[in-house]
Ligand binder design. Structure first.
Ligand SMILES: [Zn+2]
Length: 115
């Protein structure tokens, strides 16, 4: 997977760390009642693979190079590697995110409901 050059900027590195300080647990695990700081599997067991022990700062709406979406911190969420993989695989197949806003409406402009 190629990473966008924006991820190499000092601004991203700093912003990412600030986000992880503010949200140090996987958001989707937390919604399921699991407090995962990146050291657990989806089942809540200790992650035995050390290379899978980290947290991802993910863009809820895929930015696809859009600078406003990329730097909008309200579009950032902390995910464990397992949740990140699951979400990214679904998005790649479908081409859009199914994430919904507080009003229940899909927030990805590429979602069919927004086209
Ligand atoms: Zn998770």
């Amino acid at each position: 997977m190629s990473r966008h050059p924006l991820y190499k900027t000092a601004r991203w590195r700093k912003g990412r760390l600030a986000h992880l300080r503010a949200e140090p647990l996987c958001r989707l695990c937390r919604q399921r009642g699991l407090l995962n700081d990146g050291s657990l599997t989806l089942a809540g067991d200790s992650q035995s693979n050390r290379r899978r022990r980290f947290l991802v700062v993910d863009h809820i709406v895929p930015h696809r190079g859009d600078l406003d979406l990329f730097w909008d911190t309200t579009n950032w969420q902390t995910l464990c590697p397992d949740h990140h993989d699951i979400i990214k695989q679904r998005e790649e197949v479908r081409g859009y995110s199914n994430e919904r806003g507080p009003d229940g409406w899909p927030i990805d402009p590429a979602h069919p409901a927004n086209r």
